[in-house]
Design a protein around this ligand. Structure first.
Ligand code: DI6
Ligand code: FE
Length: 418
């Protein structure tokens, strides 16, 4: 796409670009320029190569900062009510995550709080967290249901997720996670619950346009491989993509299953086996690494990053924002932890929250890198080099966020005046 002289909304100058568009590396362009037409990137390159006829309506002075693709948090459970700091305290006193789940706490506690909450109240509580991600340059967010576990409560969560996409400058990808836990009213009847998920919830929520993809928690404290496969085959019948919480606490062979269903991603993966890696590589299933949950659960087994790298499986990095195992609303901290805990390079961490996260959501054709034709979703950073984004702990050098070409400043303490 070429920007024409009379039709270029905005031009960014005096910026360094990290395009993330190459197979490897940051794709750095020092002293670059980027043009936006109809909300999409229409040209980018070194400023000296800027087409001479370009006549932009607005020119932004990037003040020598770095422009990257807007960040993508591709795995969150950010819509929920209440919190579980009481369980955090209990775990520090010696109880395990599994102990708490078996005692009726854990996911069930958040389900009770979320069911009891009005839709407006759920929106209010959730957007406090969403704004923190926005302030760190996030322009696309995946949101899972899974704290409702009945049709009306799951619909409420997914409607709140859609509303977040309307009221904030964010693209929202919704994921139906009905198979997150067995609700108390189905205790001891997991197969009956899965039948209800497949035969009633899934078709009803899909008919309401609330589902972009379907996930499940395949784990010894979650659902079996057979139950997960039932969900996947019902999903496939509706033509929707699948993904999976796989190999988080044990090797349940979930990664191989989701790969066999041509899944978008297998997520967590601490206990991923060589067979799982081979299946993911064969079917093009991305890995989503969630160091916040690893850290918060004080896990010691790290995902097999070296083997994933060798198999050329795209590795995304996400917050897993949820009240039980990753109460984390910093995508930059997730990147830092991916480096320190999982040994990703800072470049892989940034790929993990841009182009590889887009891959994990099935939107890499339109999002995730600075490439002509893709949505002009950008983040501007006051940093010396791209590795600064993974390096600092607790810093937020984001100066501006651009969504589909439009600057959205309201979520910043500092106003970008360029
Ligand atoms: N894996 C997780 O880490 C979260 N869900 C899941 O399937 C935990 C959710 C919670 O404890 O509330
Ligand atoms: Fe999760």
């Amino acid at each position: 796409m070429k920007p024409s002289a009379d039709h270029c909304e905005a031009l960014w100058l005096n910026v360094n670009l990290a395009t993330l568009s190459a197979q490897s590396g940051y794709g750095e362009i020092l002293d670059g320029a980027l043009a936006i037409t109809d909300g999409k990137i229409s040209w980018l390159g070194p400023r000296v190569d800027l087409p001479k006829n370009l006549n932009a309506k607005i020119t932004h002075d990037g003040q020598g900062h770095w422009l990257t693709p807007g960040l993508i948090d591709c795995h969150t459970h950010i819509v929920y009510a209440g919190n579980r700091s009481n369980e955090f305290e209990a775990r520090l006193g010696g109880a395990s995550y599994e102990d708490i789940a078996h005692a009726g706490g854990g996911i069930a506690a958040t389900v009770a709080a979320t069911r009891a909450c009005s839709e407006d109240e759920l929106f209010e509580q959730s957007t406090i967290r969403v704004k923190r991600l926005l302030s760190e340059g996030v322009t696309t967010l995946e949101i899972k249901s899974g704290y409702g576990l009945d049709i009306e409560s799951e619909a409420k969560i997914l409607r709140v997720a859609r509303r977040i996409g309307v009221q904030f400058p964010l693209d929202i990808q919704t994921t139906f996670l009905g198979a997150h836990a067995v609700p108390t009213e189905y205790r001891g009847r997991a197969d009956d619950y899965i039948a209800m998920v497949c035969d009633q919830m899934l078709p009803a929520l899909h008919a309401q346009g609330l589902i972009d993809a379907v996930d499940a928690f395949c784990e010894n404290i979650g659902f079996t491989l057979t139950q997960t496969e039932r969900v996947f085959s019902a999903t496939k019948a509706l033509g929707l993509p699948v993904k999976l919480h796989a190999e988080q606490l044990s090797d349940s062979s979930g990664a191989a299953l989701v790969a066999r269903y041509n899944g978008l991603s297998a997520d967590h993966l601490e206990y991923l086996s060589p067979a799982g890696i081979a299946a993911m590589a064969k079917h093009g299933t991305a890995a989503v690494l969630l160091p916040g949950a690893f850290y918060f659960l004080r896990e010691t087994k790290v995902p097999p990053v070296e083997a994933l790298r060798a198999a050329k499986i795209p590795m995304a990095v996400a917050t897993d924002c949820n009240p039980g195992t990753s109460p984390m609303t910093s995508i930059l901290l997730a990147m830092n932890m991916a480096c320190t805990l999982f040994r990703l390079t800072p470049c892989e961490a940034l790929q993990g929250t841009t182009i590889h996260a887009a891959r994990a959501l099935g939107i890499a054709d339109t999002h995730g890198s600075l490439t002509p034709g893709k949505s002009a979703d950008l983040a501007l950073w006051a940093i010396d080099r791209p590795s600064d984004l993974s390096y600092a702990i607790g810093a937020n050098p984001c100066m501006a966020v651009v969504k589909a070409g439009e600057i959205s400043n309201p979520y910043f303490d500092r106003k970008f005046a360029g």
